[in-house]
Ligand binder design. Structure first.
Ligand SMILES: CC(C)(COP(=O)(O)OP(=O)(O)OC[C@H]1O[C@@H](n2cnc3c(N)ncnc32)[C@H](O)[C@@H]1OP(=O)(O)O)[C@@H](O)C(=O)NCCC(=O)NCCS
Length: 221
């Protein structure tokens, strides 16, 4: 079974061969440390995954201020102001520089409009273990188009690709969500992830502490 149907259509833009990052990539004999990897631009059939721009703070503020986000991601302040968005972008830049997180704006490939966000965090590289968690949200106007599962597949393809092929050389990606978050669960399943566990009363949402559902995808799937 092919779990990453967009595999062949997802490309990462690597630095030119003359750049220091490219020459160090060619020398990676073991998995790279996240801080050594350039933040790639990823392309899928309908999407371009890129960094957010400073001038998109208003769009980010609108995207993160909504009822579903308040309910399922209660750690996000509501309303999420433009000032919050600017601070968040600064924080992302610092985490990217430290190699602790890759974060992409999920943009429409044709118009470049930001539709949502996908983040790869908790990157854990030790010995043969190379795993990371994926988190995601969509602007309410852009929900319902099946876009996020395509974005997750694009990130997974890059994460699993060998370092000398422009990828990260990862082995496992996982998603954790609230049991009652049907949209997030369906999104994970549509991206090819497998339900591997349920922890009772372990995921706080707006109304109560829900069960926590874990999905994962392995390089060997
Ligand atoms: C989770 C989220 C990113 C999904 O984005 P989306 O664009 O709505 O996703 P899709 O359109 O691809 O829909 C995915 C599936 O969920 C289903 N779905 C969407 N909203 C739903 C809802 N409120 N209730 C039940 N099912 C829902 C869709 O029908 C689809 O399933 P199908 O293809 O079998 O019909 C989006 O709902 C969101 O941003 N939610 C708020 C933030 C959040 O919860 N993030 C995840 C935290 S772990």
């Amino acid at each position: 079974m092919t779990l990453l149907p967009h595999r062949s259509s997802t490309r990462s833009r690597r630095p030119s061969a003359a750049s220091p990052a490219a020459s160090s990539a060619a020398n990676w004999a073991s998995p790279p440390r996240a801080a050594e990897v350039d933040h790639p631009v990823l392309e899928t059939a309908r999407l371009r995954l890129r960094k957010w721009r400073e001038d998109e703070a208003v769009r980010i503020s609108a995207a993160r201020t909504n009822q579903a986000t308040a309910h399922f991601l209660p750690f996000i302040p509501q309303p999420f102001t433009v000032e919050d968005a600017r601070f968040w972008l600064k924080d992302l830049a610092e985490q990217a520089a430290a190699g602790t997180r890759f974060n992409w704006c999920v943009a429409d490939a044709a118009t470049d409009q930001g539709l949502g966000n996908i983040t790869l965090f908790g990157i854990h590289v030790r010995g043969a273990v190379r795993d990371a968690e994926v988190g995601y949200w969509m602007h309410p106007e852009a929900q319902g188009g099946g876009v996020m599962s395509e974005a997750i597949q694009g990130v997974a393809q890059w994460y699993f690709a060998p370092a000398n092929d422009g990828g990260f050389g990862g082995r496992r990606i996982f998603i954790r969500t609230a049991a009652s978050n049907t949209a997030a669960r369906r999104t994970a399943e549509k991206a090819g992830f497998r339900h591997v566990g349920t922890e009772r009363a372990a995921f706080e949402i707006g109304t109560h502490v829900d069960d926590k559902i874990t999905y994962d995808l392995l390089i060997t799937d």
